[in-house]
Design a protein around this ligand. Sequence first.
Ligand code: ADP
Ligand code: MG
Length: 642
Amino acid sequence: MAEPATETFGFQTEAKQLLKLMIHSLYSNREIFLRELISNASDAIDKLRFKSISQTGLLDEDSDFRIRVSFDKEAGTLTIADNGIGMTRQEVIDNLGTIARSGTADFLNSLTGDQKKDARLIGQFGVGFYSAFIVAEEVEVITRAASTGDSRTGVRWVSKGEDAFSISEVDDVDRGTEVILHLRADALEFADDYRLRHIVRRYSDHIGVPVEMPVAGNDPESSDDGKKAADTPVEFEVVNSAKALWTRSRSEITDDEYREFYKHISHDFQDPLTWSHNRVEGKFEYTSLLYLPRHAPFDLWNREAPKGLKLYVQRVFIMDEAEQFLPLYLRFIKGVVDSNDLPLNVSREILQQDERVTSIRNALTKRALNMLENLAKEKPEDYATFIDEFGEVLKEGAGEDFANREAILKLLRFSTTHDNLEDKRQGLDDYLSRMVEGQDRIYYLVADSYESAKSSPHLEIFRKRGIEVVLLYDRIDEWMMSALQSYQNKDFQDVMRGDLSLPGEAADAESEDKAEDAAVDSESLTTRIRTVLEDQVEAVRPSKRLTDSPACLVLAEFAMGPQMRRIMEASGQSVPEEKPIFEFNPSHPLIHRLDRETDEDRFRDLVLILFDQASLADGSPPSDPAAYVGRLNQLLLNLLND
Ligand code: ADP
Ligand code: MG
């Protein structure tokens, strides 16, 4: 027979970059390579188990699924072999030579060059197989796909992990995949029975497939005479507990086991913030194990990014990323759902319509929200991490999940005038507990950034009276607020909108009115200003909002806010023209000066400057910036000439 041809391929550029980075950044935690390879072997077995339900002839005589880890100290090799689904030649090229996941470019762009940070990023990105190169100078993969049936011809893939890999055909290969690591000189410690058993138990105890190793005393190293008959078959024994973690009872599972299982299903190298494991019996029977990650994936905002739970039916793996079990706004939750009622041949299409799925989804949504509430109560620091990473996503839920709205609002955290911190740490319950006497509304302000929110003139009167205002400056906020009415029967009130009436106002209105009246004649000034701003504003009125600023712009009760307006304009949509209300502060010296101005041209310029400045303070540029600058310069010149 002719020697089978060997073909050489270059790695995709991204794969090369990742390889290099990984070898360097994961050096301090090298043993995780074994977890990754065992995890792949277990996935391969899951896939075959699932496929063989609907397709006969895949399993041949070998239907006892297992993963075998063995080593040869003298040769310096370590082998991980499974009898799972295997790979065809094309699959080998696709899966081991390229990084197919969308978002690879985003990932590489987000790298910082700082090894610590990059190691964390790498954890968010499943690079499993390549971790073999952390300990191996050469990796060899021999595989035969289950679909090849009786043919025993397989594929051999070899690479030193530098820039190329080669592929050839091999004869007489068992179904499944064998990964042979030729260990680096400084990684020979891994060719050791004790060490390997320890790592397997530590990282792979929970997977639902037996991991076997040669019976101790039966491997070449420890045999009495130092050599072993070549034809004695090696005996294997199971070294992990081989029971899918979620099928065990909660009280038997340690936190470490929960954490390792999370890493197995999520490709995250970091511990999760928290988890929730539940078995439900009754009308529908299912088990769920939900995890809250510590870090947002780099593609959290990418619509195509993978999301959803791992679905099992009666402990048989069915699919990854089953999206139907959680709403989109909980897309950051990872985990497993194992149903006893769904059919094994369930498809994504069926999942979309099945009422059992809807009912599980409703229950899991509540569980996830509950899990967040417990975290908020028990571990405020971890909860703050959650808010910083995922708070904006949760806001989508406040806007769209009517049934759980109160529960979600309770979970949100904001920046408010109570602590004047950019960090979002205040809950609405905190807000309610601090309301002043007579207050029946939750006041909020929407702006483009924390900076412009905290110094908005609209806050002046609230600060003066000690009334707390929630500061909103995420992109999603105005959209969210437009969907919200109230929380705990307290209406939300936009401080930039409508005619404000503040708690306790009636009591002190009289004395303040007197002071104002003494200062300017509001009525005639209102008329004069309106003549100037006629085309630009809906109305002019003296303000109850201002204490330090001369003027501000107020939105009509149902007008679209500036944030939403800018978003819509940026996306090319036409936005209805809505004029603001101009409010002036009758006790401000500038307004006094304005009131005394007899030169109508000067009066006009001053009013226009105040108008543009009020717009600037809300983060919107004047409609004619050059004219604004011209007027302001003229005013400055006049000042200098005075
Ligand atoms: P991931 O496991 O996140 O998909 P990996 O880098 O660990 O990423 O593996 C890449 C791909 O290579 C897998 O998705 C799978 O298709 C294939 N693969 C790896 N190991 C095996 C194996 N033991 N048997 C079959 N396919 C495998
Ligand atoms: Mg993997």
